[in-house]
Design a protein around this ligand. Structure first.
Ligand SMILES: [Ca+2]
Length: 101
């Protein structure tokens, strides 16, 4: 009984694999950034610094909205990234911390 079940599942999987359409390579995916093909379907991916909005579009992540982007002083959100900046009289040390003179 169990063996028959496994055989059926395997058969279905092989069938699904052989009939799968790779939407990504056909350019019918409509993804704004990246595309990952899956058996029987696909999903869209976004580059670093972006997140999916809906199923196909990518929007910038506002890193500053979460914990000030880990910046010690100011955080400036940019498209696809963000920058830390310091108060007057301080200089950026590394990418997030500020040191005085
Ligand atoms: Ca950003």
């Amino acid at each position: 009984m169990r063996a028959a079940m496994v055989m059926w599942m395997t058969l279905l999987l092989v069938l699904a694999l052989s009939t799968d359409i790779n939407e990504c390579s056909r350019n019918t995916d409509g993804c704004q950034h990246g595309c990952e093909n899956t058996v029987g379907s696909y999903y869209c991916t976004c580059r670093d610094g972006y997140q999916l909005s809906g199923s196909k579009n990518c929007i910038d992540i506002n890193e500053c909205a979460s914990n000030n982007g880990d910046c010690e002083h100011h955080c400036e959100n940019t498209d696809g990234s963000y920058n830390c900046t310091c108060l007057d009289g301080y200089q950026l040390s590394g990418s997030k911390n500020c040191t005085g003179e």
